[in-house]
Structure formats: C-alpha cells, structure tokens
Design a binder for this molecule. Structure first.
Ligand SMILES: Cc1cc2nc3c(=O)[nH]c(=O)nc-3n(C[C@H](O)[C@H](O)[C@H](O)COP(=O)(O)OP(=O)(O)OC[C@H]3O[C@@H](n4cnc5c(N)ncnc54)[C@H](O)[C@@H]3O)c2cc1C
Length: 380
C-alpha cells in the first residue's frame, strides 16, 4: 500500500483525491486542509446577493471519509519536497507522492488601507460582513475593484458588479456601481471584440468601467490611484493574490513567485512531488499566466492522479494536462456567458466568449451541484 499526501482540499486537491481513490482503491490518501468545508468560488457571489442562507452550497470535508479518503484538519506548517513530506501543525507526515494544492493567499495587507476600509469579496470569512453591508446599504456609490494581478476567475469582478447593480435596482436602492482593474481592457484573453461585448453588458447595466486603474491605497471615502482618487460609499475589493508562504519557503517556487511545474505533467523540480491549481504559474503561448480557475485546478488534479497511479502500477505515465476549460460569466437578467477554449494552444490561446444564454446559468448551477454530489455525497 502506498501513501499519497494532498495538501489543500480545494478544487485541485479534491479532484486528485477522488481520481486516485478510483484508480488505486487500496492506497492511503490523506487530504490536509485548515478549513472544515469546501465551497465553489462563485457560491460566494450568490451568498452575498442571494436569497439562500450564506452557508448554503458547502461540502463538509469530513464527508471525504465516506469515500475512504482521510481528511486531516490542520495547518500545513512546512513542506519538505526533497523528502516527499510535510508538517501539519508541526507533525511530520511522509508519503510516496505529494501533491501541493494550497491555492493562492489573499494579501489585502499589501494595499495600505484595504484591510481597514474594504470588504474582501474573495474571502469566505468575510461573506457575512459583505452580505450585511449590501443588504443594509441605503444608496450612494459602490466601488468594486481589482487590487492586484493575477487574481482568481478573471470575469468574476464584472459579474459581481452587474449582479450588485441588479440587486440594488430590484430593491429600489439608488446606487451607482463602478468596477476598476489595472488591466488595460476588461478580459484580455477574449481579445478586443470579446472585451467590447463585456463592456457593453456593463454599460447596459449602468455599471461604470475603469480599465488601467491601479489602486495604490485606500482611505475613508476614497480609493487612491497614484495622483487621482475616486469617492465611494461602499467599498468591495479583490485583494492581491500571492503564493502561500509555506510554499515559498519550501523551495518549490525556485526563483519565481509561484510553484514551478512542468505545464503538462504538473511535476515540480522534485521527484514524486506535484503542484496544481492557483499555487502554480503556468504560462500560455502568449507568455501570460494561465488564469486561476477551479476547472484548471480540477483538470490538473485528475492528470496528476493518473500519473501517480501509473507510476505506482510500474508503468510510464502518459497523461498530460491539455489546458481546455471555461468559466461562467453571469450578465444579469438570468443569463450567463461562457469564456471557454484551449488555453494552452500554440502559438496563442484559442478562447471564445459565448453569447448570453439562460442555459449557461443552468449549467453553472449544475456545475456546483455535480461537484458537491460527487465529492461529498451532496451539500452539507
Ligand atoms: C467569486 C469567485 C468566482 C469564481 N468562479 C469560478 C468559475 O466560474 N469557474 C472556475 O473554474 N473557477 C472560479 N473561481 C476560481 C476558483 O475558485 C479557484 O481558481 C479554485 O478554487 C482554485 O483551486 P485550488 O485547488 O488551486 O485552490 P483552492 O480551491 O483555493 O484550495 C486551496 C485550499 O488550501 C487550503 N490551505 C491554504 N493554505 C493552507 C495551509 N497552510 N494549511 C492548510 N490548508 C491550507 C485552503 O483552506 C483551501 O481549501 C472563482 C473564484 C471566486 C473567488
């Protein structure tokens, strides 16, 4: 019997664990996470604005045990890739294969004033505060901003801006909503034509769009952009994303900022050690990083599981990550678009933005339901 240690029970870690369980029923699989529950990223948006209680749509990690996957709640305090081992709250765990799937760290502290004045849109622990602030808001200007690159699910801030405006309109609250990004255009991966479609959707929903806006700080009532500033009454933000410190300290990042991997095999510089999902930096054909998305973390996890299983079986691993996938973009009125394609195509990614359709919203709902069912046996 072999032991596989998976650090992180997000999209990547869960996909790896379940695929390995399927392929190697007798091996020991240990998943470590400090959290007790899993939640699909976009559920946070529904939890802020929706009618359902904020803790709907969560999977209990302890339910992994039903599938014969050991769940260990704790903090990963050190990683020793040369020995295929890690420390959880100071206790050393050794394994025959190690998968690092610890996601990105949200680093609001890097923007002066962010922590004091902004509500963090991407932090599950801030959800109740964001929901309360939105439901209690009586009118005025709402600023939704991207405070650093790269960040998870690049379409999400636009979706949040449109849905926030729709939410206030439905409640008869007089609010102006604007969204800013340091990027020169809304979603560069879909090109100028695709960005034009997104910009038009924002305009149609009266959402102001400020590209090429790099926030340098926040103070009470205003976001600072170098020499200029914009007033706000309610401030919602996506903080800078960074590699978790425990990964940086492990040597897995080499001389870069994120875990260094082969883009097709997800193998790190250390034998038997893989890194997947948001913790990695994989470059696309155009030299830009592969977007941080659950679908990619999941696809990478499945590839890694198959490669590990093949190695354990004594074969030569063949499975390669293809970079195919897509993200949903809700655009109001019960419609969603899909940003989808072959992100690792050469020489350029081939990615398209679909026309808005209610069917995509249905697929989005099903996307969450399917993962909660297959990974946990259903919602908590
Ligand atoms: C609002 C929003 C909408 C999104 N919409 C989409 C979408 O439509 N489609 C899509 O594909 N993606 C979407 N995403 C992005 C997606 O959620 C992430 O890209 C995905 O979760 C990355 O998976 P991962 O496994 O790399 O990391 P994560 O899912 O972040 O998992 C990392 C895990 O590691 C744990 N962890 C970290 N450090 C430690 C430590 N030291 N000790 C113990 N545990 C630790 C964390 O608790 C976490 O559970 C969205 C994200 C957001 C915020």
């Amino acid at each position: 019997m072999r032991r596989v240690l998976i650090l992180g029970a997000g999209f990547g870690g869960l996909a790896t664990a379940h695929e390995l369980r399927r392929l190697r029923p007798d091996d020991e699989i240990i998943v470590v996470d400090r959290a007790t529950h899993f939640m699909v990223g976009f559920r946070k948006t529904w939890a802020m604005l929706g009618a359902e209680p904020p803790d709907a749509g969560r999977g209990r990690l302890v339910d992994l045990e039903k599938f014969g996957i050991s769940y260990r709640q704790g903090n990963v305090t050190a990683i020793d890739p040369a020995a295929c081992a890690a420390e959880v709250d100071g206790e050393r765990l050794e394994a025959d294969a190690l998968v690092v799937a610890l996601g990105a760290r949200l680093a609001g502290d890097e923007i002066p004033g962010f922590r004091e004045h902004a509500l963090n849109l991407y932090d599950a622990d801030s959800l109740a505060d964001v929901r309360r602030a939105l439901h209690d808001f009586e009118g005025g200007s709402v600023s939704i901003g991207v405070y650093g690159l790269p960040y998870k699910c690049p379409p999400a801030p636009y979706e949040i801006a449109i849905l926030t405006h729709e939410f206030f309109k439905a409640r008869g609250v007089a609010a102006t909503v604007e969204v800013f990004t340091p990027l020169p255009m809304s979603l560069p991966i879909v090109g100028a034509a695709g960005c034009g479609v997104i910009d038009a959707r924002l305009a149609q929903h009266d959402v102001g769009f400020l590209p090429a806006h790099t926030a340098t700080g926040v103070e009470e009532g205003a976001v600072i952009f170098g020499d200029s500033r914009r007033q706000y009454d309610l401030l919602l933000g996506v903080p800078p994303h960074r590699c978790p410190l425990v990964v940086q300290e492990s040597g897995l990042t080499g001389d870069g900022d994120w875990a260094r991997v082969d883009p097709r095999t997800l193998q790190t510089d250390f034998p038997g050690v893989y890194a997947i999902g948001d913790v990695t930096a994989i470059l696309m054909g155009n030299g830009k990083p592969l977007p941080m998305a659950g679908v990619f973390a999941e696809g990478e996890g499945q590839v890694v599981a198959r490669r590990i299983a093949s190695e354990f079986d004594g074969g030569a691993p063949q499975e390669l990550f293809d970079g195919k996938g897509g993200c949903f973009l809700e655009v109001g009125d019960g419609l969603a678009m899909m940003v989808e394609g072959e992100f690792l195509a050469q020489p350029e990614p081939r990615v398209e933005l679909s026309p808005p359709d209610a069917a995509y919203l249905g697929r989005k709902v099903e996307f969450e339901r399917e993962r909660l069912r297959s990974w946990f046996g259903g919602p908590a």
